[in-house]
Design a protein around this ligand. Sequence first.
Ligand code: IMP
Ligand code: MG
Length: 174
Amino acid sequence: MAEKISVLFTEEEVDARIRELGEQISKEYAGKKVHLICVLKGASFFTCELAKRITVPVSLDFMSVSSYGSETESSGVVRIVKDLDEPIKGKDVIVVEDIVDTGRTLSYLLEMLKDRGPESLKLCTLLDKPERRVVDVHVDYNGFQIPDKFIVGYGLDYDQKHRNLPYIGIIEFE
Ligand code: IMP
Ligand code: MG
């Protein structure tokens, strides 16, 4: 099956939006520190760019989860593949994700992190596909709202491919 990728947001558009999110977060966390939790692997590109645009002190940690389910739909049963290196108790935490789709993975992850006693816990996602939502998840910071299409690039993959595209694209199969 041939793959066709079309540009949804150019590299410049993504950069500009991440700058805005960085400014908003910097304002809202003035006088505080921000602890960013990057959900591997998809959010890694976004997390680095976002961290560079935040002007209050930033610390970083990484977590890798795998959601049982089919190729295209998560089940909400989440296994921790790599846990955080440091405790989050008392920290102002922002979870950074690539995309919120059904919301199953995030709702599970956020509940689990809440139990660890952070001072505050927010969610920042590069992309949000609200049409697909099955579980209610509150998104505090969102890069772009997108239609129900399969997205690749800027960290997002199809079968582990295309993460390295510098733009956000829609992949279709013909
Ligand atoms: P959720 O539990 O359905 O919200 O699953 C979210 C996860 O599914 C994301 O972190 C991505 O890894 C993956 N995902 C959902 N939609 C897409 C997409 O359009 N492109 C690439 N990965 C996606
Ligand atoms: Mg992900």
